[in-house]
Design a protein around this ligand. Structure first.
Ligand code: ADP
Ligand code: ZN
Length: 292
């Protein structure tokens, strides 16, 4: 199968051509401007490459409900030029091929369960911590949508007593994204997250907040694995700190082999930052084969 994959992000659109085994033949990145400027570039890229189907993992919120009138739309995004934009409809009309569609983070969890370290697992959470925070949730063998799709980056957290930062989320201030995404780190500490590598306090507080969120995901969803990706997670020293806080906060409540071996339970993404684009290939394959 010759499949197209699009990872649609707020700053860039990653386009790739690959196949059902997850192999990527070529990949380019196109800046995200307005739909009028960006969509024709994406369409001609895919048109010229003669694909059989396209999968899109998209920034959101989106409407992934096939029964809805606004299925395939990017909906109330703060990236205003793309608000209420029918990205799937436009692609289908121009390319005349099946198009699969889901959130970027559901795309990433799908990449990991189809091609990566979570292969064979039925319940997996993928969290990206970058410009924003989002989570893709694969549960009982399916991508979770429910009413809309999870927005688990916005779960409300308790602030640590020593943290005087007010929080960056315009909706909730001190949700996970408001306290722990890259821009919150930068605003709290006055430097870009990548430039704070050697400041122990930064990563201790960051791990504390991420761990709080993971404990909630664990208690509610009972995942078999939690995968952490995104720019902020390039700070690898976070992993042992997060595991240690999770252990402390769980306080021995759940006794499973996973909880006894957090090194293999809370893990970095395994597909060299290609988990999203590989998941989009699988969304394309599913659209072609008419699988859910
Ligand atoms: P996006 O979320 O926009 O798709 P990323 O996942 O790369 O993109 O996240 C970008 C955010 O991650 C920025 O806020 C940036 O400060 C932060 N970031 C990028 N690289 C690093 C790094 N090496 N260490 C810490 N933070 C980083
Ligand atoms: Zn929020």
């Amino acid at each position: 199968m010759r499949l197209g994959a699009l990872e649609a992000g707020g700053t860039k659109m990653v386009c790739a051509i690959g196949d059902e085994s997850g192999k990527i033949y070529e990949q380019v990145s196109i800046p995200t401007e307005t739909p009028e400027i960006t969509m024709p570039k994406l369409i001609s890229y895919f048109e010229e490459r003669k694909i059989e189907a396209l999968g899109i993992g998209c920034f959101g919120p989106i409407d992934p409900d096939k029964k809805s009138e606004t299925y395939g739309y990017i909906t109330s995004t703060p990236k205003l030029a793309w608000a209420d934009y029918n990205i799937v409809g436009t692609m289908e009309k121009s390319l005349m091929i099946p198009v699969g569609f889901d959130t970027d983070v559901n795309g990433s969890v799908l990449g990991e369960v189809t091609f990566g370290q979570a292969k064979g697992k039925k319940c997996v959470v993928y969290v990206t911590i970058g410009t924003g925070v989002g989570a893709g949730i694969y549960i009982e063998g399916k991508l979770l949508h429910g009413m809309l799709h999870p927005e688990a980056g916005h779960i409300l957290l308790s602030k640590r007593e020593d943290d005087t930062y007010e929080g960056k989320c315009p909706y909730h201030k001190t949700c996970l994204e408001g306290l722990a995404a890259g821009p919150a780190i930068q605003e709290r500490w006055g430097k870009r997250a990548a430039d704070l590598k050697d400041d122990e306090r930064v990563w201790d507080l960051e791990a504390y907040y991420i761990a709080q969120a993971l404990v909630d995901y664990i208690l509610i969803l009972s995942p078999q694995m939690i995968i952490l990706g995104g720019g902020v997670m390039h700070q690898e020293q976070l992993f042992p700190k997060i595991r240690s806080y999770v252990k402390k906060m769980m306080n021995g409540y759940i006794k499973t082999k996973e909880m006894a071996d957090l090194d293999h339970y809370i893990v970095p993404a395994s597909l060299h930052d290609d988990q999203g684009i590989m998941g989009a290939l699988e969304l394309g394959r599913r659209a072609l084969m008419k699988e859910e």
